[in-house]
Design a binder for this molecule. Sequence first.
Ligand code: ADP
Ligand code: ASP
Ligand code: MG
Length: 416
Amino acid sequence: MISVYKFGGASVKDAQGVQNVTGIVRKSTQPLVVVISAMGKMTNAFEELTRYYFNRDLDLCQQKQQEIIRYHQSIIKDLFGDEKGSAGFNRLAELLAQRLKQAPSRHFDFEYDQIVSFGEMFSTSIVADYWTAVGQTNKWVDVRTILKTDDLYRDANVNWELTAELMEDTFLFDEVSCYLTQGFLGGTLSNLTTTLGREGSDYTAAIIGYVLNAREVTIWKDVPGVLNADPRWYSEAVKINELSYNEAIELSFYGAQVIHPKTLKPLQNKNIALQVKSFIEPDGQGTVICERSGISEPVPVFILKKEQVFLTVSPHDFSFIMEDRLIEILTLFSRYRIKMNLMQNSALNFSACFDDGRDTNALMEDLKKNFLVRYNNGVDLLTIRQYTPGAIEQMTSGREVIDSQITRKVARFVMR
Ligand code: ADP
Ligand code: ASP
Ligand code: MG
């Protein structure tokens, strides 16, 4: 049966990373589809490039382009001994240069997808050329031709039926036992590039796993598995060995960055296990997410979202926050595509916590027409699942809690 492996940017951030990934792929005895993201922090770099390009900051645009090209060339040099060693990369670099010479359209999200997608195109071309050079037989697939989406650029929705048909015709495993393709990207019916939302490569792996009825999907990370908190801010984090789909969906929904929130649903629908494993210690047990109940370890699980906006609105006319007012408020959030991480209401107030984004101000201005608007920037939103009084005390002591929401299973705090 087929397995799907997904490697994120951190795993291929340098030549040594690419070699390590190659070693992990070599060890697999299953037919494999390998999904790879852009190298290192390249998606952030491409985002900056897109902004300069779109705003016609030509000098900065050129500088960024050179920085991106040099970064990849240095990896290529380490892998092939020659910075021109990857023919696939050279071709794509030329395509990028041509694109940047043309003036952009007026549609930022469209331009974003056309440019940012070069990150995944570069990384997979380099890896495919490297694999060919070292005798790791593989077939490189342009995912944009088989993962079909609508044209909601930067947050495209999958056309499942067509995608299934095209993927089944592509991943035949008749001549090779290893395919290599891009995460995060899709293509419209008219073959324009789309993306599935930041960090969307996990989701790509799940889509492929679902369509091919894979035995399992493994996402290889720089952590030993899913931990009970992000080790970057919580040094005592412990690994969770097994999680149910539902628990994992809740964790990723609340913002545990280790898995993209859309990843689990397709896998759960077909009961395909998701393994989270370490590319640093590939023989470790990792975490298995499957059809079981709850979390195998009875520990509190902490999810911290930083740099949140906490907003409270109350109607100018002192009307109650009832269905019609809620619809009005939620419609505005939806219009500006601002995703709420927490919401709460009382008779006269509606509060929400969300990521500070480029449309935050526009949302506030619109809300001010009918509501008194108050807000705080830069607050933390902490979610604790399987909370205990001790865990709450540990996390909130010495902090100013400006809102909280406590249910049987989950305690949430907005803190300054
Ligand atoms: P990828 O390389 O696939 O893009 P990410 O960087 O998006 O991987 O996800 C891995 C990171 O997620 C880890 O380095 C870790 O800092 C962070 N993280 C956040 N919450 C958790 C958690 N609960 N368990 C493990 N890692 C977590
Ligand atoms: N490269 C994309 C990003 O950084 C997708 C991903 O890595 O999952 O958002
Ligand atoms: Mg990532």
